[in-house]
Write a new protein. Structure first.
Length: 95
């Protein structure tokens, strides 16, 4: 998983599906970045075709915080639909 930090923005790019250990790593990275006071997350999902409930719940929980913004890039339509099933907050946008 690639993580880049620039100011208060963090770019997280999983390199494979978010299942099992990858999902745990993804969730931990997002939580840690939020604790480090990053407030803008760009999730590059170009390497992801499947996402499990742990990763979905992390996006849901963090997107409910009014101080955080999420931009999800390079996401396939099926993956976008999976993410939308958990009804993330309006501070989540897709590019």
């Amino acid at each position: 998983m690639i993580t880049e930090k620039n100011g208060k923005t963090a770019v997280v790019k999983p390199e494979s599906d978010l299942t099992g250990k990858n999902s745990e790593e993804f969730s931990n990275i997002l939580s840690n970045l939020a604790e480090e006071n990053f407030n803008r997350f760009i999730l590059d999902m170009s390497g992801v075709s499947l996402i499990d409930p742990l990763s979905l719940s992390e996006i849901k929980i963090l997107s409910s915080r009014p101080d955080l913004e999420f931009i999800i890039r390079n996401v396939s339509k099926p993956l976008m639909n999976m993410i939308l099933l958990v009804r993330p907050d309006s501070r989540v946008s897709f590019e």
